[in-house]
Design a protein around this ligand. Structure first.
Ligand code: UT7
Length: 364
C-alpha cells in the first residue's frame, strides 16, 4: 500500500475517554474541550529581491512573460550566501514569540527540507539561539508539506497533554539546493521562514486547530528529488556533478497530482467539518504555482474573496509558504480557515482551523 490517508485526530487522553480515528462525532468537531490554539504568528524573508528580469536569470532561456504566466511569480527573495535556514527560522520565530506575548514554549519543531547540516538537526540550534533553554527540539522533513505535517505533529503533542506550548517553524533556503542553470527550478524556488506558536486551549476558541488530514505516496518520490547527498547516493560515490545535488523536478506530473490531491484533501476536511466551501473565509494553499492554486480553489468551490496568497512576491518557499501568507493577512477572529498543501514525497495535507486572535504583526 503506497497511499496512506491519515486523519491526525489523536485519541483524547486525560478526560477518561479514547476515540479511534474516523469515529469523530460530528458535534465534537467544533466543541472539543481540548485543542491546540494558534496564539502567535511571525515570518521573515531575506531582503534580497530577485525579479524575473534579474541578471541571475540572464543565462537561462526564460522570460518574465513565461514565468509570470506559467507560475504567477514576479519576484522572490534569496538569502545571501552564508545565510542558513536556521538563520531565517530564528528571525521568524522571534517575531512569532513576540506576537504571542509569551516566550515560554515546551517544544520546538523546525520543518525544513534544507537543514543547516545533515546532522545535527537545525531545531536545537534555533531553540538555543532563541534562548529557549533545553526544551525538546527536532526537525521534521516533509518538503513542501512540512508546515501542515508540523501542524499535525504539534497538535497531537498538545492534545496528548505532553506539552502546553509549541513553537512550529517552517523554514527553507531552497536556493542552496538549486542548479542555477536549470530553468525549470531556478526561477521557482526561493527562501523564507514562517512560524506559529500553538498553546493548549479549548476547541471553541479562535485559533483552534479543528482538523488535519495528511497523506503520502512514495511511488511518486522521483517527481521532485535531490538525487545525491543522502544515504542512497552519498557524496564520494557521486560523479555526475552538481545536477544530482540539486532539486530535479518533473513539473507537469507534479502539477496534476498537486491539483487532485489538494482538491481531494480539502474536500475531505470540509466534509469532516461540515463546512460548505463557500463558508470558508480564508483559503491558503501552498504557494507552488498560481495556476495550481486557482484550479484547486475553483474545484473546491472557495469564493474569490477568501483566496489568499503571495506567490507573486515570494515564489515557492516550501515549508515557509503557508505561514508566510498567514502572517500577511488579518481576518476576523474565528473565521473559517482552510489550509492545503502538496509537495515532494509525494506528501499532501489539509487543515481546518479558526482564525486566531492576534496582536498586530511586524512585516518584513
Ligand atoms: O512545491 C512542490 C511541488 N511543486 C509543484 O507543485 C510544481 C508543479 N508544477 C508546476 O508548477 C509547473 O509544471 C511548472 C511551472 C514547473 C512548469 O509549467 P508547465 O506549464 O507545466 O510547463 P511544462 O513543464 O509543460 O513545460 C512547457 C515548456 C517546456 O518546453 P517544451 O518542452 O514545450 O519545448 C519547458 O521546457 O516550457 C519550458 N520551460 C520553460 N520555458 C521558459 C520550463 N521552464 C521554463 C522557464 N522558462 N523557466
Amino acid at each position: 500500500m503506497t497511499v496512506a490517508e491519515v486523519i491526525c485526530d489523536s485519541p483524547i487522553r486525560g478526560h477518561g475517554r479514547e476515540r479511534k480515528p474516523f469515529d469523530l462525532p460530528e458535534e465534537h468537531v467544533m466543541t472539543s474541550s481540548i485543542s491546540s490554539v494558534v496564539c502567535g504568528i511571525g515570518a521573515y524573508v531575506p531582503p534580497r529581491v530577485v525579479r524575473n528580469d534579474d541578471p541571475a536569470f540572464s543565462a537561462l532561456d526564460t522570460s518574465d512573460e513565461w514565468i509570470r504566466s506559467r507560475t504567477g511569480i514576479i519576484e522572490r527573495r534569496w538569502a545571501d550566501p552564508g545565510t542558513s535556514t536556521g538563520d531565517l527560522a530564528v528571525r521568524a520565530a522571534e517575531r512569532a514569540l513576540l506576537n504571542a506575548g509569551d516566550r515560554g514554549v515546551d517544544l520546538v519543531i523546525v520543518t525544513t527540507t534544507t537543514p543547516d547540516h545533515r546532522t545535527p538537526s537545525t531545531a536545537p540550534a534555533v531553540a538555543a539561539q532563541l534562548g529557549l533553554g533545553t526544551v525538546p527540539a527536532f526537525d521534521l522533513g516533509a518538503a513542501c508539506g512540512g508546515f501542515l505535517y508540523g501542524l499535525a505533529t504539534a497538535d497531537v503533542w498538545i492534545r496528548s497533554g505532553a506539552v502546553e506550548r509549541v513553537l512550529l517553524i517552517g523554514a527553507d533556503t531552497l536556493t542552496t539546493f538549486i542548479d542555477p542553470t536549470d530553468r525549470s527550478t531556478a526561477v521557482i524556488f526561493a527562501d523564507g521562514a514562517g512560524a506559529v506558536v500553538l498553546r493548549h486551549g479549548e476547541g471553541t476558541e479562535p485559533g483552534a486547530v479543528h482538523r488535519v488530514r495528511l497523506g503520502s505516496d512514495g511511488a511518486l518520490k522521483d517527481l521532485v528529488i535531490v538525487p545525491a547527498g543522502g544515504s542512497r547516493a552519498p557524496d564520494p560515490e557521486v560523479t555526475e556533478g552538481r545536477r544530482r545535488h540539486s532539486v530535479n523536478m518533473q513539473g507537469k506530473q507534479l502539477f496534476q497530482h498537486a491539483v487532485s490531491r489538494m482538491t481531494e484533501s480539502s474536500r475531505a476536511v470540509l466534509q469532516d467539518m461540515q463546512w460548505s466551501a463557500d463558508s470558508v473565509q480564508a483559503f491558503i494553499g501552498h504557494q507552488a504555482n498560481q495556476r495550481i492554486l486557482s484550479k484547486v480553489a475553483d474545484l473546491v468551490g472557495v469564493s474569490e474573496e477568501s483566496r489568499f496568497g503571495n506567490i507573486s512576491r515570494v515564489g515557492n518557499t516550501s515549508s515557509a509558504s503557508i505561514p508566510l501568507v498567514m502572517n500577511e493577512i488579518d481576518m476576523q477572529p474565528g473565521s473559517k480557515t482552510l489550509l492545503t498543501t502538496f509537495g515532494g514525497g509525494a506528501v499532501w495535507g489539509s487543515a481546518a482551523l479558526s482564525w486566531p486572535i492576534l496582536t498586530p504583526r511586524k512585516g518584513n
